[in-house]
Design a protein around this ligand. Structure first.
Ligand SMILES: [Zn+2]
Length: 107
């Protein structure tokens, strides 16, 4: 069945500097089960032991982005009791882009 596009996405930009060259550097889902989280970065997919279920009710998905001016931020969406909320958490700013995390995948 064809899907209906309700929204044509805009480019993601860092909300502070507005720079349009933005790279996804990590994706985290927590908890995946009572005692694990799922984490993806340039090294691949890992399932990591965690006590996330003790502090997170429902499920939370975090995408970490890095603009090419070395600003990093998290886009967090959390689901609990039928409500999905979202937040943007800024930082850190990297003084040296060479030290910052790199894109999950690039071909
Ligand atoms: Zn920036």
């Amino acid at each position: 069945m064809p899907r209906t596009i309700l929204h044509t996405p805009n480019e993601v930009k860092y909300p502070v500097c507005g720079y349009e060259y933005v790279n996804p550097v990590a994706l985290k889902v927590e908890p995946v089960s009572d005692d694990t989280i799922g984490y993806i970065n340039r090294d691949g997919l890992r399932t990591v032991p965690s006590h996330a279920a003790e502090r997170i009710r429902g499920i939370q998905r975090t995408t970490t982005f890095l603009c090419e001016e070395a600003h990093q931020w998290d886009e967090v969406r959390a689901f609990h009791k039928g409500i999905t909320s979202q937040a943007i958490e800024c930082g850190p700013d990297w003084s040296d882009l060479e030290c910052a995390p790199t894109t999950i995948w690039r071909d």
